[in-house]
Design a protein around this ligand. Structure first.
Ligand code: FMN
Length: 356
Protein backbone atom coordinates (compact mmCIF):
# COMPACT_ATOMS: atom_id res chain seq x y z
CA UNK A 1 0.00 0.00 0.00
CA UNK A 2 2.75 2.47 1.02
CA UNK A 3 4.50 1.60 -2.21
CA UNK A 4 1.62 3.08 -4.14
CA UNK A 5 2.28 6.70 -3.25
CA UNK A 6 5.91 6.88 -4.33
CA UNK A 7 5.72 4.45 -7.22
CA UNK A 8 2.32 5.41 -8.54
CA UNK A 9 2.22 7.31 -11.85
CA UNK A 10 1.60 11.04 -11.91
CA UNK A 11 0.12 13.00 -14.78
CA UNK A 12 1.35 16.44 -15.78
CA UNK A 13 -0.40 17.64 -18.92
CA UNK A 14 0.31 15.06 -21.65
CA UNK A 15 3.08 13.31 -19.67
CA UNK A 16 2.71 10.34 -17.35
CA UNK A 17 5.54 10.12 -14.83
CA UNK A 18 6.29 6.51 -13.89
CA UNK A 19 6.81 7.44 -10.22
CA UNK A 20 7.26 10.47 -7.98
CA UNK A 21 11.07 10.61 -7.88
CA UNK A 22 13.39 12.81 -9.89
CA UNK A 23 16.98 14.03 -10.22
CA UNK A 24 17.27 17.67 -9.10
CA UNK A 25 19.27 20.03 -11.34
CA UNK A 26 22.97 19.84 -10.46
CA UNK A 27 25.78 21.96 -11.88
CA UNK A 28 28.91 19.94 -12.58
CA UNK A 29 31.26 22.57 -14.11
CA UNK A 30 32.63 20.08 -16.65
CA UNK A 31 32.03 22.00 -19.91
CA UNK A 32 35.49 23.42 -20.26
CA UNK A 33 36.02 24.28 -23.92
CA UNK A 34 32.87 24.17 -25.98
CA UNK A 35 29.94 24.49 -23.58
CA UNK A 36 29.36 20.70 -23.70
CA UNK A 37 29.56 18.62 -20.49
CA UNK A 38 32.11 15.81 -20.19
CA UNK A 39 30.83 12.49 -21.45
CA UNK A 40 30.92 10.91 -17.98
CA UNK A 41 28.64 13.70 -16.70
CA UNK A 42 26.09 12.95 -19.42
CA UNK A 43 26.44 9.20 -18.77
CA UNK A 44 25.73 9.81 -15.08
CA UNK A 45 22.33 11.28 -16.00
CA UNK A 46 21.56 8.37 -18.30
CA UNK A 47 22.24 5.93 -15.44
CA UNK A 48 19.74 7.78 -13.21
CA UNK A 49 17.09 7.17 -15.91
CA UNK A 50 18.16 3.54 -16.05
CA UNK A 51 17.66 3.36 -12.28
CA UNK A 52 14.05 4.45 -13.00
CA UNK A 53 14.01 8.08 -11.88
CA UNK A 54 10.90 9.59 -13.48
CA UNK A 55 12.41 13.00 -14.18
CA UNK A 56 16.02 13.75 -14.99
CA UNK A 57 17.13 17.38 -14.83
CA UNK A 58 20.20 18.84 -16.48
CA UNK A 59 22.55 21.13 -14.64
CA UNK A 60 21.74 24.86 -14.83
CA UNK A 61 22.51 25.81 -18.44
CA UNK A 62 23.59 29.42 -18.96
CA UNK A 63 21.42 31.60 -21.13
CA UNK A 64 23.67 34.18 -22.80
CA UNK A 65 27.32 34.79 -23.59
CA UNK A 66 27.52 38.27 -22.07
CA UNK A 67 26.79 37.95 -18.37
CA UNK A 68 24.82 34.85 -17.41
CA UNK A 69 27.60 32.51 -16.28
CA UNK A 70 28.25 32.17 -12.56
CA UNK A 71 30.62 29.20 -12.41
CA UNK A 72 33.46 27.95 -14.60
CA UNK A 73 32.66 25.16 -17.04
CA UNK A 74 28.90 25.67 -17.25
CA UNK A 75 27.04 24.20 -20.20
CA UNK A 76 25.27 26.05 -23.01
CA UNK A 77 22.56 25.06 -25.46
CA UNK A 78 22.64 27.40 -28.42
CA UNK A 79 25.05 25.86 -30.96
CA UNK A 80 24.21 22.83 -33.08
CA UNK A 81 27.07 20.86 -31.51
CA UNK A 82 25.72 21.59 -28.03
CA UNK A 83 22.19 20.70 -29.13
CA UNK A 84 23.43 17.42 -30.68
CA UNK A 85 25.26 16.44 -27.46
CA UNK A 86 22.14 16.94 -25.36
CA UNK A 87 19.90 15.33 -28.02
CA UNK A 88 21.95 12.16 -27.71
CA UNK A 89 21.38 12.10 -23.93
CA UNK A 90 17.67 12.95 -24.25
CA UNK A 91 17.23 9.96 -26.59
CA UNK A 92 18.89 7.67 -24.05
CA UNK A 93 16.76 9.02 -21.19
CA UNK A 94 13.66 8.36 -23.30
CA UNK A 95 14.87 4.85 -24.13
CA UNK A 96 15.02 4.19 -20.37
CA UNK A 97 11.48 5.54 -19.89
CA UNK A 98 12.41 8.82 -18.17
CA UNK A 99 11.51 12.43 -18.91
CA UNK A 100 14.34 14.80 -19.80
CA UNK A 101 14.18 18.24 -18.22
CA UNK A 102 16.41 21.20 -19.04
CA UNK A 103 17.08 23.91 -16.45
CA UNK A 104 18.42 27.32 -17.53
CA UNK A 105 19.67 30.22 -15.47
CA UNK A 106 21.22 33.65 -15.43
CA UNK A 107 23.35 34.17 -12.35
CA UNK A 108 22.92 37.95 -12.13
CA UNK A 109 25.03 39.42 -9.32
CA UNK A 110 26.49 36.00 -8.51
CA UNK A 111 28.64 36.47 -11.63
CA UNK A 112 32.22 35.60 -11.83
CA UNK A 113 33.05 38.17 -14.54
CA UNK A 114 36.19 36.33 -15.71
CA UNK A 115 34.06 33.43 -16.95
CA UNK A 116 31.80 35.71 -19.01
CA UNK A 117 33.19 36.91 -22.34
CA UNK A 118 31.91 40.45 -21.69
CA UNK A 119 33.41 40.45 -18.19
CA UNK A 120 30.22 41.87 -16.77
CA UNK A 121 28.09 41.38 -13.69
CA UNK A 122 24.53 42.69 -13.93
CA UNK A 123 21.67 42.72 -11.45
CA UNK A 124 18.43 44.52 -10.66
CA UNK A 125 20.32 46.95 -8.39
CA UNK A 126 23.90 47.94 -7.73
CA UNK A 127 24.23 45.66 -4.71
CA UNK A 128 26.66 42.76 -4.25
CA UNK A 129 26.08 39.75 -1.97
CA UNK A 130 27.60 40.32 1.49
CA UNK A 131 29.65 37.13 1.60
CA UNK A 132 32.81 36.32 -0.37
CA UNK A 133 32.61 34.24 -3.54
CA UNK A 134 33.67 30.79 -2.24
CA UNK A 135 35.38 29.89 -5.52
CA UNK A 136 37.53 33.00 -5.93
CA UNK A 137 37.82 33.82 -2.23
CA UNK A 138 37.14 37.46 -3.24
CA UNK A 139 34.15 39.75 -2.81
CA UNK A 140 31.55 39.50 -5.54
CA UNK A 141 31.94 42.50 -7.88
CA UNK A 142 29.50 45.37 -7.64
CA UNK A 143 27.07 44.64 -10.50
CA UNK A 144 25.81 47.16 -13.06
CA UNK A 145 22.15 47.99 -12.56
CA UNK A 146 20.32 46.46 -15.51
CA UNK A 147 19.01 48.92 -18.09
CA UNK A 148 15.89 48.20 -20.11
CA UNK A 149 18.22 47.15 -22.94
CA UNK A 150 19.93 44.66 -20.59
CA UNK A 151 16.57 43.27 -19.51
CA UNK A 152 15.56 42.71 -23.11
CA UNK A 153 18.92 41.14 -23.97
CA UNK A 154 18.75 38.75 -21.01
CA UNK A 155 15.20 37.70 -21.89
CA UNK A 156 16.39 36.90 -25.42
CA UNK A 157 19.06 34.65 -23.91
CA UNK A 158 16.41 32.63 -22.08
CA UNK A 159 14.39 32.38 -25.30
CA UNK A 160 17.35 31.26 -27.45
CA UNK A 161 18.33 28.60 -24.91
CA UNK A 162 14.74 27.36 -24.66
CA UNK A 163 14.72 27.03 -28.46
CA UNK A 164 17.88 24.92 -28.23
CA UNK A 165 16.21 22.70 -25.63
CA UNK A 166 13.14 22.23 -27.81
CA UNK A 167 15.32 21.16 -30.77
CA UNK A 168 17.28 18.83 -28.47
CA UNK A 169 14.00 17.10 -27.63
CA UNK A 170 13.70 17.95 -23.93
CA UNK A 171 10.27 17.18 -22.47
CA UNK A 172 10.44 20.04 -20.02
CA UNK A 173 12.07 23.43 -19.79
CA UNK A 174 12.68 24.98 -16.40
CA UNK A 175 13.40 28.61 -15.68
CA UNK A 176 15.57 28.88 -12.57
CA UNK A 177 13.92 31.47 -10.38
CA UNK A 178 15.49 30.22 -7.13
CA UNK A 179 18.71 30.27 -5.08
CA UNK A 180 19.45 34.01 -5.26
CA UNK A 181 20.21 34.05 -9.00
CA UNK A 182 18.95 36.76 -11.36
CA UNK A 183 15.19 36.10 -11.36
CA UNK A 184 15.20 35.56 -7.60
CA UNK A 185 17.21 38.80 -7.27
CA UNK A 186 14.37 40.69 -8.97
CA UNK A 187 11.75 39.02 -6.77
CA UNK A 188 13.43 39.86 -3.47
CA UNK A 189 13.69 43.28 -1.83
CA UNK A 190 17.04 42.09 -0.46
CA UNK A 191 18.59 42.56 -3.92
CA UNK A 192 15.99 44.64 -5.78
CA UNK A 193 15.84 48.28 -4.78
CA UNK A 194 14.77 49.66 -8.14
CA UNK A 195 12.32 52.52 -8.32
CA UNK A 196 11.06 51.81 -11.85
CA UNK A 197 8.39 49.33 -13.02
CA UNK A 198 10.65 46.40 -12.03
CA UNK A 199 11.00 47.32 -8.36
CA UNK A 200 8.91 48.26 -5.34
CA UNK A 201 5.67 46.28 -5.01
CA UNK A 202 5.64 42.47 -5.33
CA UNK A 203 3.73 42.91 -8.58
CA UNK A 204 6.54 45.11 -9.94
CA UNK A 205 9.34 42.85 -8.66
CA UNK A 206 7.56 39.97 -10.38
CA UNK A 207 7.51 41.81 -13.74
CA UNK A 208 10.90 40.52 -14.92
CA UNK A 209 9.97 36.90 -14.08
CA UNK A 210 6.68 37.30 -15.92
CA UNK A 211 8.39 38.72 -19.00
CA UNK A 212 10.91 35.86 -19.06
CA UNK A 213 8.17 33.23 -18.63
CA UNK A 214 5.83 34.78 -21.21
CA UNK A 215 8.63 35.15 -23.77
CA UNK A 216 9.89 31.59 -23.26
CA UNK A 217 6.34 30.22 -23.39
CA UNK A 218 6.03 31.51 -26.97
CA UNK A 219 8.76 29.11 -28.16
CA UNK A 220 7.82 26.08 -26.03
CA UNK A 221 5.38 23.86 -27.95
CA UNK A 222 2.10 22.93 -26.27
CA UNK A 223 3.27 19.31 -25.85
CA UNK A 224 6.26 20.21 -23.65
CA UNK A 225 6.35 21.31 -20.01
CA UNK A 226 7.29 24.76 -18.76
CA UNK A 227 8.36 24.89 -15.12
CA UNK A 228 9.74 27.52 -12.74
CA UNK A 229 11.95 26.76 -9.74
CA UNK A 230 11.58 29.01 -6.69
CA UNK A 231 13.10 29.26 -3.21
CA UNK A 232 13.26 31.54 -0.20
CA UNK A 233 17.02 31.10 0.14
CA UNK A 234 20.05 31.95 -1.93
CA UNK A 235 23.43 30.31 -2.37
CA UNK A 236 25.15 33.50 -1.15
CA UNK A 237 24.03 35.04 2.16
CA UNK A 238 22.22 31.78 2.76
CA UNK A 239 20.81 32.77 6.14
CA UNK A 240 18.77 35.64 4.63
CA UNK A 241 15.04 35.06 4.13
CA UNK A 242 14.57 36.42 0.60
CA UNK A 243 10.86 37.01 1.13
CA UNK A 244 9.66 39.03 4.10
CA UNK A 245 6.85 36.83 5.33
CA UNK A 246 4.41 34.09 4.34
CA UNK A 247 2.01 36.64 2.81
CA UNK A 248 4.68 37.98 0.49
CA UNK A 249 5.71 34.45 -0.52
CA UNK A 250 2.12 33.50 -1.24
CA UNK A 251 1.55 36.72 -3.19
CA UNK A 252 4.54 35.81 -5.39
CA UNK A 253 3.24 32.25 -5.92
CA UNK A 254 -0.19 33.71 -6.71
CA UNK A 255 1.40 35.78 -9.50
CA UNK A 256 3.33 32.76 -10.76
CA UNK A 257 0.15 30.74 -11.03
CA UNK A 258 -1.22 33.30 -13.49
CA UNK A 259 1.66 32.67 -15.94
CA UNK A 260 1.57 29.88 -18.55
CA UNK A 261 3.54 27.32 -16.51
CA UNK A 262 2.69 23.66 -15.94
CA UNK A 263 4.33 23.03 -12.56
CA UNK A 264 6.32 24.67 -9.78
CA UNK A 265 9.56 23.27 -8.41
CA UNK A 266 10.11 24.36 -4.82
CA UNK A 267 13.62 24.23 -3.44
CA UNK A 268 14.15 24.24 0.32
CA UNK A 269 17.18 23.72 2.49
CA UNK A 270 15.21 21.16 4.48
CA UNK A 271 11.68 20.30 3.37
CA UNK A 272 10.63 19.69 7.00
CA UNK A 273 11.49 23.21 8.20
CA UNK A 274 8.64 25.45 9.25
CA UNK A 275 8.70 28.68 7.26
CA UNK A 276 8.45 32.39 8.11
CA UNK A 277 7.73 31.72 11.78
CA UNK A 278 4.47 29.92 10.92
CA UNK A 279 3.69 26.31 11.77
CA UNK A 280 3.63 25.41 8.06
CA UNK A 281 6.39 24.23 5.74
CA UNK A 282 7.28 25.97 2.47
CA UNK A 283 5.43 23.23 0.58
CA UNK A 284 2.28 23.66 2.68
CA UNK A 285 2.34 27.43 2.26
CA UNK A 286 2.86 27.04 -1.48
CA UNK A 287 0.17 24.39 -1.89
CA UNK A 288 -2.33 26.64 -0.19
CA UNK A 289 -2.23 29.10 -3.09
CA UNK A 290 -1.64 26.98 -6.18
CA UNK A 291 -3.45 24.14 -7.92
CA UNK A 292 -0.33 23.43 -10.03
CA UNK A 293 1.70 20.22 -9.69
CA UNK A 294 4.41 20.82 -7.08
CA UNK A 295 7.92 19.39 -6.90
CA UNK A 296 9.77 19.56 -3.60
CA UNK A 297 13.47 19.22 -2.80
CA UNK A 298 15.71 19.53 0.26
CA UNK A 299 17.05 16.72 2.45
CA UNK A 300 14.79 14.06 1.01
CA UNK A 301 17.01 11.00 1.33
CA UNK A 302 15.18 7.83 2.36
CA UNK A 303 11.79 6.21 2.04
CA UNK A 304 10.36 7.88 5.13
CA UNK A 305 11.43 11.36 4.07
CA UNK A 306 10.07 10.81 0.54
CA UNK A 307 6.71 9.76 1.96
CA UNK A 308 6.61 12.71 4.29
CA UNK A 309 7.58 15.13 1.49
CA UNK A 310 4.89 13.73 -0.80
CA UNK A 311 2.21 14.52 1.79
CA UNK A 312 2.48 18.18 0.68
CA UNK A 313 3.84 17.84 -2.86
CA UNK A 314 3.50 15.67 -5.96
CA UNK A 315 7.10 14.89 -6.89
CA UNK A 316 10.20 14.55 -4.72
CA UNK A 317 13.52 15.62 -6.25
CA UNK A 318 16.82 14.50 -4.84
CA UNK A 319 20.14 16.31 -5.17
CA UNK A 320 22.92 14.75 -3.14
CA UNK A 321 21.36 11.34 -2.50
CA UNK A 322 20.82 10.56 -6.15
CA UNK A 323 24.14 12.19 -7.07
CA UNK A 324 26.10 9.89 -4.79
CA UNK A 325 24.01 6.74 -5.04
CA UNK A 326 23.25 5.37 -8.53
CA UNK A 327 20.69 2.95 -7.02
CA UNK A 328 18.84 5.56 -5.00
CA UNK A 329 15.43 5.04 -6.62
CA UNK A 330 15.52 1.29 -6.11
CA UNK A 331 16.95 1.71 -2.60
CA UNK A 332 14.00 3.94 -1.71
CA UNK A 333 11.64 1.33 -3.12
CA UNK A 334 13.29 -1.31 -0.95
CA UNK A 335 13.10 0.92 2.15
CA UNK A 336 16.84 0.57 2.66
CA UNK A 337 18.53 2.55 5.44
CA UNK A 338 20.20 5.46 3.64
CA UNK A 339 22.57 8.25 4.73
CA UNK A 340 21.76 11.97 4.81
CA UNK A 341 24.68 13.48 2.92
CA UNK A 342 26.32 16.80 3.80
CA UNK A 343 27.16 19.55 1.29
CA UNK A 344 30.89 18.64 1.41
CA UNK A 345 30.08 15.07 0.33
CA UNK A 346 28.86 16.50 -2.98
CA UNK A 347 32.10 18.32 -3.83
CA UNK A 348 33.10 15.31 -5.88
CA UNK A 349 30.51 16.56 -8.39
CA UNK A 350 32.90 19.36 -9.37
CA UNK A 351 35.95 17.14 -9.77
CA UNK A 352 37.11 15.19 -12.82
CA UNK A 353 36.36 11.94 -11.02
CA UNK A 354 33.58 10.06 -12.85
CA UNK A 355 30.60 9.37 -10.63
CA UNK A 356 28.96 5.96 -10.48
C1 FMN B 1 26.62 19.48 -6.84
C2 FMN B 1 25.35 20.26 -6.78
C3 FMN B 1 25.03 21.14 -7.81
C4 FMN B 1 23.82 21.86 -7.81
N1 FMN B 1 23.50 22.64 -8.88
C5 FMN B 1 22.24 23.17 -8.97
C6 FMN B 1 21.79 23.77 -10.17
O1 FMN B 1 22.49 23.84 -11.18
N2 FMN B 1 20.52 24.26 -10.20
C7 FMN B 1 19.68 24.19 -9.13
O2 FMN B 1 18.55 24.64 -9.19
N3 FMN B 1 20.09 23.60 -7.97
C8 FMN B 1 21.33 23.08 -7.88
N4 FMN B 1 21.71 22.39 -6.75
C9 FMN B 1 20.73 22.25 -5.65
C10 FMN B 1 19.98 20.93 -5.78
O3 FMN B 1 19.17 20.91 -6.95
C11 FMN B 1 19.09 20.68 -4.54
O4 FMN B 1 18.12 21.69 -4.48
C12 FMN B 1 19.90 20.65 -3.25
O5 FMN B 1 21.05 19.83 -3.39
C13 FMN B 1 19.07 20.15 -2.07
O6 FMN B 1 18.64 18.84 -2.28
P1 FMN B 1 19.32 17.61 -1.47
O7 FMN B 1 19.18 17.92 -0.01
O8 FMN B 1 18.57 16.41 -1.93
O9 FMN B 1 20.77 17.58 -1.89
C14 FMN B 1 22.93 21.72 -6.71
C15 FMN B 1 23.27 20.86 -5.66
C16 FMN B 1 24.44 20.13 -5.69
C17 FMN B 1 24.74 19.19 -4.56
Amino acid sequence: MRDDIIFSPFQIKNFTLRNRLGVAPMTRMSSVADGIPRQDVLDFLERRAENRAALIYTEAIVTDYASSQGYPGQARLTTQRQIDAWRHLVDKIHAHGGLAMMQMFHCGRMAWPEVNPAGRAIAPSRLAPAQLNPITGLPYPLPDEMSLFDIDHVINGFVETAKGAVVAGFDGIEIHGAHGYLINQFLSRYSNQRDDDYGGSMENRFRFAREVIDSVALVVPEDRLLIVRISNWGIADMEVSLFENAEEWQEMVGLLVQTPIDAISLSTYNFRDKAFGTDQTMAQLTREVTPLPLMICGQIYDRKSVEEALASADIALSGKSILLNPNWVEDVRAGKELPLYKAEDANIAYSAEPLL
